[in-house]
Design a protein around this ligand. Structure first.
Ligand code: COI
Length: 355
C-alpha cells in the first residue's frame, strides 16, 4: 500500500466540553479517505480536512445502499495515553459486512493503520473523562455512477471521528423497551449479520412507533416465528434468568456479531458464570418474570457499552425488571469493561491498541 498522504486543516474547530457531548453530532478536523477502482484496487490513501464529498448523483450507494460501516472507540486513559478498543475485531467485522454486500474488503493491516494514523492526528479530540470517548466510524460506500443493479466497480473508504458522551439520553439509567411483533429487523439468509446502512433505515419506522408510545427503543423478535429474541434497538441483548445468562446465538445469521457482546461473554465465562448462547423466546422471558426468575436484561453495543433494560412491554403487558433498577451483573459488566477501556484495569486479553 502506498504511504498515507497528509493534508492538514488550516483552521481548527472549537472543541466542546465533555459535559456538552451527546452522540454523533460533533466531528473532528480531519478524515481518512481512500478510493477503489476495479483496475487499481485501493489507492491514494490520505488524511484530509473534514468536509463534504463530491458524489455523482448516480452513485450506487445513493440508490441501492451498497455500503457498510463499523463503529469503535478510542479512550484516553488516566495516564493520558489514547487507546483503541479491539480495532482488529471491528476491522474483521467490517470486512465480513463488506463481503456480504459485494464490497471489496480492506487489507486488515492497512485498515488498522488508517485508524491509528487518523486518531493519532486527532489525539487532542479524545475526551479525558470517563463516559466520554472518541467514536470512530469507518465506512465504505459504492461510488460508481451506474443505475443498473450489480456490485459497483468503484468505492470510497473513509473514516470520520466524533467525540461522544452517552448514546441514550438516559445514560446508564434503565430504558423502557417495546417488544415488537408487527415489524422484523432481519430474517435467516438476509443481511442481519452485516453492519450495512439499509438495516438501520429499515429499523426507523418501528423505533418511531415505539418512541411515540413512550419507549426508548424496540426489542426485535426473529423474523419467522416472531417469538425468539434477536436484538434490542441497535444492540445485542442479554437476559439473566435464574443463574443463567442467555443471549441469542450468532448461528442464525440474523444478529450482528457484537464486539461488546463478545467482550461481555468472555468476561462472564472467566467469572465462572453460566452463560448460554441459545434461542430464548419472549414467552420464556415473560414466564420467568411471572415466577420472579427474570433477574436482569441489558443491551450490549459499542455506542452505549452496556444499556440496562428496566421494562419490557409486550402485547399490552408491562414486564418490570429488577424493580426498574440497574442489575448487579449489568453494573459489574459496565464497570469492568469501562475500566479496561480507560486502562484502569489490566488488559489481560490484548484488547487495547495504543495510538
Ligand atoms: C452500537 O455501537 O451500538 C451501534 O450499533 C452504533 C449505532 C450508532 C448504529
Amino acid at each position: 500500500m502506498e504511504p498515507i498522504r497528509i493534508t492538514r486543516a488550516t483552521t481548527r474547530k472549537p472543541k466542546p466540553k465533555d459535559s456538552e457531548l451527546g452522540f454523533g453530532t460533533v466531528f473532528t478536523d480531519h478524515m481518512f479517505v481512500t478510493d477503489f477502482q476495479e483496475e487499481k484496487g485501493w489507492y491514494d490513501p490520505r488524511v484530509e480536512p473534514y468536509g463534504p464529498f463530491s458524489l455523482d448523483p448516480a452513485a450506487a450507494v445513493l440508490h441501492y445502499a451498497q455500503s457498510v460501516f463499523d463503529g469503535l472507540k478510542a479512550f484516553r486513559g488516566h495516564d493520558g495515553t489514547v487507546r483503541l478498543f479491539r480495532p482488529q475485531k471491528h476491522i474483521e467485522r467490517l470486512n465480513h459486512s463488506a463481503r456480504r454486500m459485494c464490497i471489496p474488503p480492506l487489507d486488515p493491516d492497512f485498515a488498522l493503520k488508517s485508524l491509528v494514523t487518523l486518531v493519532g492526528i486527532e489525539k487532542d479530540w479524545v475526551p479525558a473523562s470517563v463516559g466520554h470517548s472518541l467514536y470512530v466510524r469507518p465506512t465504505i460506500i459504492a461510488s460508481e455512477p451506474f443505475l443498473g443493479v450489480r456490485p459497483a466497480h468503484s468505492y470510497i473508504y473513509f473514516v470520520i471521528l466524533s467525540p461522544v458522551g452517552a448514546y441514550y439520553p438516559e445514560g446508564m439509567n434503565p430504558v423502557k423497551i417495546l417488544v415488537v411483533d408487527k415489524y422484523v429487523r432481519a430474517v435467516e439468509g438476509g443481511v442481519g449479520a452485516a453492519k450495512t446502512a439499509g438495516n438501520y433505515a429499515a429499523s426507523l419506522y418501528a423505533a418511531e412507533e415505539a418512541k411515540h408510545q413512550g419507549y426508548t427503543q424496540v426489542l426485535w423478535l426473529d423474523g419467522v416465528h416472531r417469538k425468539y429474541l434477536d436484538e434490542v434497538g441497535t444492540m445485542n441483548i442479554m437476559v439473566k434468568i435464574g443463574d443463567e445468562i442467555v443471549t441469542p446465538p450468532l448461528t442464525s445469521g440474523t444478529i450482528l456479531p457484537g464486539v461488546t457482546r463478545d467482550s461481555a461473554l468472555t468476561l462472564m465465562r472467566e467469572w465462572g458464570l453460566r452463560v448460554s448462547e441459545r434461542q430464548v423466546s419472549i414467552d420464556e422471558v415473560r414466564e420467568a418474570a411471572h415466577r420472579g426468575a427474570l433477574k436482569e436484561v441489558w443491551g450490549t453495543g459499542t455506542a452505549a457499552v452496556i444499556s440496562p433494560v428496566g421494562e419490557l412491554a409486550y402485547q399490552g403487558e408491562r414486564i418490570v425488571i429488577n424493580g426498574g433498577r440497574i442489575g448487579e451483573l449489568t453494573q459489574k459488566l459496565y464497570d469492568v469493561i469501562v475500566a479496561i477501556q480507560y486502562a484502569e484495569a489490566p488488559d489481560t486479553h490484548g484488547w487495547l491498541v495504543e495510538v
